[in-house]
Design a protein around this ligand. Structure first.
Ligand SMILES: Cc1ncc(COP(=O)(O)O)c(C=O)c1O
Length: 399
C-alpha cells in the first residue's frame, strides 16, 4: 500500500518535532537532561489541587464532568478577564477564550490566518512548536535576528519592506517577548512599542505568546504589547502550563472580538470544548488566591536553579563559549565556537549522560549550528552543576 499517495498536501508538510525525539534519548537512565521544556514537578501544587478537586466533585461534579462551551466556562473566562485587566490589558468577555494549551492557540492561528505561502516573521531563534504549527499550514517563515533585548526591530522593519517589495503577503509577526523560548531574552519596552507601530503601519497581526512572563526572577515587569494595542492588531496568549500544570492543557487567548469569534469557530471542529474539569480547577485556584501565593514559590526555586547553572557555566565552560543570563523563565542559550556542531556533539553528550537541544532546531534559516538551549528548571539542584560539568568536558574534547 502506498500510504504517501493518500496523505494530504498538509500532512506531507508536517514535521515531527526534533525536541520530542531528542527527549526520548534524554530520558535514558542516568542522563541529566537540560533538553526538555519541563517545569519542575516539585513546583506542582498537588495539595491545593487535591482540596479543590474534592470540593468540585462533591459540590459540582455534574458540571465538572460535562461538556462545556467551546470558548470556555463563563465563570472562568470572567475570572480571566479580571486577571488580564490587572496586567493592564483592556478586555471584556468577548475578547477572551480558553484553549487546550497555547499550542492549540498557535494551531488555531495557523488555521484561521494562513494560506499557502503567507509570510510569518519569527525570531532567530524561535519556539519550535510555533514553527511546526505554522509550517503545517504552508506558512513561509522568515527569521529576524535577536539580541539580549529581543527581536531587532530595525531589521524587522527592513525585512517587512523588502518582502513587500517582492510582492510577498506578510500576515503575522510571532513573538515570545518575555524570557523567550529558546533564548531566555526579553523584548525591551521600546521594541515592544516599535513592533506594534510596524504592525499598525503595515496592517499586520502580532501573535504575542507569553508562557514565561510571570516567572520573573528580577527586574521590573514590562507591559505586554497587547496592553498598548488600541486597534486590535495583537493576539495575546498565555498558558497555565508553566505556573500551574502542563498536564491540565489549559491556556487562554485575548484578541479583538471579531478575531476571537473566528478563532472560536475554528476551535469548534478541533475539540468541541476544552476540558471542563481542569478549567474549574484553575478557576478556583485563581479565585481562592492560590495563584498569587504559588508563583513566588516557583520563582524562588527557578531563580536558584538559574544561579546554579550560571555559576557552573562560569566555572566549567571553556573560553570561547557565551551564554545568555536570563532574568526569568526556564531557559538559557549558549553559543559555542563556530566550528563546533551541537548536532554532531549530541551523541558524545548522551554517552557522557547529559542532554540539551541543539540550536539549529529553532532557526528557520538553517543557521545556529553552534548553539544550544539549556533548560535549568527540571533537574534537581545538585544535577544542574554536575550536568554542566559533563557538558563542559564534552565541549572541551571538541575544541
Ligand atoms: C513559547 C511557547 N509557546 C507555547 C508553548 C506551548 O505551551 P502549552 O503547554 O500551553 O501548549 C510553549 C511550551 O513550551 C512555549 O514555550
Amino acid at each position: 500500500m502506498d500510504f504517501d499517495s493518500l496523505y494530504s498536501e498538509r500532512a506531507l508538510k508536517m514535521r515531527s518535532s526534533e525536541i520530542r525525539e531528542l527527549l526520548e534519548l534524554s530520558q535514558k537512565p542516568g542522563v541529566i537532561s537540560f533538553a526538555g521544556g519541563l517545569p519542575n514537578p516539585n513546583a506542582f501544587p498537588a495539595e491545593e489541587i487535591r482540596e479543590i478537586v474534592n470540593r468540585i466533585l462533591t459540590e459540582e461534579g455534574g458540571k465538572a464532568l460535562q461538556y462545556g462551551p467551546t470558548a470556555g466556562l463563563r465563570e472562568f473566562r470572567e475570572e480571566l478577564v479580571r486577571y488580564v485587566q490587572k496586567q493592564g490589558i483592556e478586555a471584556s468577555l468577548e475578547n477572551v477564550f480558553v484553549t487546550v494549551g497555547s499550542q492549540q492557540a498557535l494551531d488555531i492561528v495557523g488555521r484561521v490566518f494562513i494560506d499557502e505561502g503567507d509570510v510569518i516573521l519569527v525570531g532567530l531563534p524561535t519556539y519550535l512548536g510555533a514553527i511546526n504549527a505554522f509550517l503545517a499550514y504552508g506558512a513561509k517563515l522568515v527569521g529576524v535576528p535577536l539580541d539580549q533585548n529581543g527581536i531587532k526591530v530595525d531589521i524587522l522593519e527592513e525585512k517587512i519592506k523588502e518582502l513587500k517589495q517582492k510582492g510577498e503577503k506578510i500576515k503575522i509577526i510571532y513573538t515570545v517577548p518575555t524570557f523567550q523560548n529558546p533564548a531566555g531574552v526579553e523584548l525591551s519596552e521600546e521594541r515592544r512599542k516599535r513592533m506594534l507601530e510596524l504592525a499598525e503601519e503595515h496592517d499586520l497581526l502580532i501573535v504575542e505568546d507569553e508562557p514565561y512572563e510571570k516567572l520573573r526572577f528580577e527586574g521590573k515587569a514590562l507591559k505586554s504589547i497587547k496592553s498598548y494595542d488600541s486597534k486590535g492588531h495583537v493576539i495575546y496568549m498565555a498558558t497555565f502550563s508553566k505556573i500551574l500544570s502542563p498536564g491540565f492543557r489549559l491556556a487562554y487567548v485575548v484578541a479583538e472580538k471579531e478575531l476571537a469569534r473566528k478563532m472560536i469557530i475554528a476551535k469548534q471542529s478541533m475539540d468541541l470544548c476544552t476540558p471542563t474539569f481542569t478549567q474549574l480547577i484553575a478557576y478556583y485556584y485563581i479565585k481562592n488566591g492560590y495563584m498569587e501565593k504559588h508563583i513566588p514559590k516557583i520563582v524562588e526555586m527557578y531563580r536558584r536553579k538559574r544561579d546554579i547553572m550560571l555559576n557552573a557555566l562560569e566555572e566549567y565552560f571553556p573560553p570561547g563559549c557565551k551564554w545568555t543570563k536570563p532574568r526569568g523563565g526556564m531557559f538559557l542559550w549558549a553559543e559555542l565556537p563556530k566550528h563546533i556542531s551541537t548536532i554532531e556533539m549530541f551523541k558524545d553528550a548522551i554517552n557522557e549522560k547529559v542532554a540539551y537541544v541543539h540550536g539549529k532546531a529553532f532557526h528557520v534559516d538553517g543557521s545556529g549550528e553552534n548553539t544550544m538551549r539549556l533548560n535549568f528548571t527540571n533537574p534537581a539542584d545538585e544535577l544542574v552543576e554536575e550536568g554542566i560539568r559533563r557538558l563542559a568536558s564534552v565541549i572541551k574534547r571538541r575544541l
